[in-house]
Design a protein around this ligand. Structure first.
Ligand SMILES: [Zn+2]
Length: 251
């Protein structure tokens, strides 16, 4: 059922009012008092999309491999060239200091706790950005799909501009990585920083797939995040996915 979009620049809110022609699923203001029609370009059903999941698996594996190589390389390089800058517990592993089991267990515990805590922090960053670009009073929801092991924050019903959505999608990758590197390096644990940041980035690949999809299609001008994935819209007249669907159904 097509839904109209209420004017509330720069993004828009879907309502059930003012049902537009069938291929128009949303309308947003391009300037005060002006509405522009939008056509549906496509949907991404995140939890069912095999192409997305395959891409995520490959990207996450690549990031994990790069993280392991970088962490080990950094550990060996610091151990050889600047042992004072190396995470203290790892000096024992390299044999350049006495092995302190207690400190080493603490190092791994910090890695595990930070990795799990960042799952929540990641979604909170998305939520803060969803809120930042949405009209006042919009409720952000959180959920999980345990079958595919994904958490999500969602602002269903809000249509964001292409640029806003790209910022929302990439926000955690940039902000969390920068914060982790800054904190762990300040704490004198550069290898831990690389490990935590890298493992967090492994969980960002779904966001990167969204970004990749948007960047590969210049016709996408607006996006809506949903509990099942995302919807892509294009501003202006043209043959949208709805019209194509109808054509296919009629054939
Ligand atoms: Zn994310």
């Amino acid at each position: 059922m097509p839904r109209a979009v209420r004017a509330c620049a720069p993004c828009a809110t879907l309502t059930d009012a003012e049902v537009p022609p069938p291929h128009i699923i949303a309308q947003v203001p391009v300037r005060a008092g002006t509405l522009v029609d939008m056509r549906r370009i496509g949907d991404i059903h995140t939890f069912e999309d095999r192409t997305l999941q395959r891409w995520m698996t490959h990207a996450s594996s690549a990031v994990l491999g790069a993280t392991a190589a970088l962490a080990v390389g950094l550990m060996v390089a610091l151990g050889a060239c600047a042992p004072g800058a190396l995470d203290r517990p790892l000096a024992g592993v390299l044999g350049i200091a006495p092995l302190a089991w207690f400190a080493l267990c603490g190092w791994f515990a910090a890695f595990a706790v930070a990795t799990f805590a960042l799952l929540a922090v990641h979604e909170l960053v998305h939520a803060a950005l969803f809120k930042l670009f949405a009209p006042r009073g919009v409720r952000i929801t959180f959920g999980a799909n345990w079958k595919v092991g994904m958490l999500y924050a969602c602002a269903e019903g809000i249509v964001y501009t292409r640029r806003q959505y790209l910022v929302i999608a990439l926000g955690p990758s940039v902000a969390v990585t920068a914060a982790v590197l800054a904190c762990a390096i300040a704490a004198g644990c550069p290898v831990l920083a690389v490990g935590i940041a890298g493992v967090h980035l492994c969980g960002c690949t779904g966001d990167w797939y969204y970004v990749r999809t948007i960047l590969r299609n210049p016709a996408v001008t607006h996006c809506e995040d949903t509990t099942w994935g995302m919807r892509l819209f294009g501003a202006g007249e043209g043959t949208g996915a709805d019209a194509a669907d109808e054509k296919g159904a009629a054939a």
